[in-house]
Design a protein around this ligand. Structure first.
Ligand code: CAA
Length: 247
C-alpha cells in the first residue's frame, strides 16, 4: 500500500489508535503530523516515534474544538511540508452516562470535540486539498454511531453525525478529487475502555464472533489502506472493524 511522501495529519495522535497509526504511516515513508491537545503526551509520543523517522515527523498541539487552534495547526503543517494530502479525524472523547444522568456539560463537550472537531479540521484542510485537486479524509466514527449504545447518547450522536458528514462530503468533494470515508471501530483496547465495567467488556467479547476486542493496529491498518493510492475509488463508505460484533 503506497503512502510514500504523503503528508498525513492525524488528530488524537498522542496515544491509542492515533499513535499506532502515526507509527504505521512513518514506517510506510509518509510524512506525519502528530496532533493532540495533550502537550506532555505529545512530547513523549514524538520522542518514541522519532526512532522510526524523526525527519518525517512533527508534533502539533491542537484543540480540535477551537477553530483558531485548528487553523494554526493546519498552517504549521502546510508551512513545513507545503501540502496536506491526508487528514485522519481520529480525535474523540467519551463522557458516558445514562440519559437521565447526562449533564448538559457532558453533552456539549463530546459534541464539541467529536463532531465540531471533525468539521473544523476538515474545513481547515480543504483549501490545501482543493488546490492540488486531490486529498483523502478519513473520519473515525464508531459502531456506536450506527447501532447506538447504552450510556452513550452524546457519543452516539457525535459518531452518527460523523457518518452524515462523511456521506455529504463524499458527494460534495468527489469532483475535487477528494475521497471521504468513515471507519467504524468496535470496542478497541485503548485508554477509552478504562471506564467501561469489566462485566460489559466480557459480554462484548463473548458476543463477538472473533472472540476478542480490537487492537489499535486493527484500526490503523484500515486508515493506511484508505489513505493509500490503492483505495482511490472508495468514497462515502462506513467501514466497520469490529470482529463481527454487529452481525
Ligand atoms: N448493555 C445493556 N445494559 C447495560 C449496558 C449495556 N452495554 N450498560 C449498562 N447497562 C445496564 C446495567 O446493567 C444497569 O441495569 P440495571 O438497572 O438493571 O441494574 C443499567 O444499565 C444502569 O447501569 P449502571 O448501573 O452501570 O449505571 P451507572 O449510572 O452506574 O453507569 C454507565 C452507567 C456509565 C453508562 C456505565 O454502565 C458504563 O460505563 N457502561 C458502558 C458504556 C460503554 O459501553 N461505553 C463504551 C466506551 S468505548 C467507546 O465508546 C469506543 C467505541 O467507539 C465503541
Amino acid at each position: 500500500m503506497n503512502v510514500k511522501d504523503k503528508v498525513v495529519m492525524i488528530t488524537g495522535a498522542a496515544r491509542g489508535i492515533g499513535k499506532t497509526a502515526a507509527r504505521l504511516f512513518l514506517e510506510k515513508e509518509a510524512k506525519v503530523a502528530v496532533c493532540d491537545i495533550d502537550e506532555a503526551a505529545l512530547k513523549t509520543t514524538v520522542e518514541e516515534l522519532g526512532a522510526v523517522n524523526a525527519q518525517a515527523l512533527i508534533a502539533v498541539q491542537i484543540n480540535v474544538a477551537e477553530r483558531p487552534s485548528v487553523d494554526m495547526a493546519v498552517k504549521t503543517i502546510a508551512d513545513k511540508w507545503g501540502k496536506i494530502d491526508v487528514l485522519i479525524n481520529n480525535a474523540g472523547i467519551t463522557r458516558d452516562a445514562m440519559l437521565h444522568k447526562m449533564t448538559e456539560g457532558d453533552w456539549d463537550k463530546v459534541i464539541a470535540v467529536n463532531l465540531k472537531g471533525v468539521f473544523n479540521c476538515t474545513q481547515a484542510v480543504l483549501p490545501y486539498m482543493t488546490a492540488q485537486n486531490k486529498g483523502t479524509i478519513i473520519n473515525t466514527s464508531s459502531i456506536v454511531g450506527v447501532y447506538g449504545n447504552v450510556g452513550q447518547t452524546n457519543y452516539a450522536a457525535s459518531k452518527a453525525g460523523i457518518i452524515g458528514m462523511t456521506k455529504t462530503w463524499a458527494k460534495e468533494l468527489g469532483r475535487k478529487g477528494i475521497t471521504v470515508n468513515a471507519v467504524a471501530p468496535g470496542f478497541t483496547v485503548t485508554e477509552m475502555l478504562a471506564t467501561v465495567p469489566q462485566n460489559i467488556l466480557d459480554a462484548i467479547k463473548d458476543k463477538t464472533p472473533l472472540k476478542r476486542l480490537g487492537s489499535p493496529e486493527d484500526i490503523a491498518n484500515l486508515y493506511l489502506f484508505l489513505a493509500s493510492d490503492e483505495a482511490s475509488f472508495i468514497t462515502g463508505q462506513v467501514i466497520g472493524v469490529d470482529g463481527g460484533l454487529t452481525l
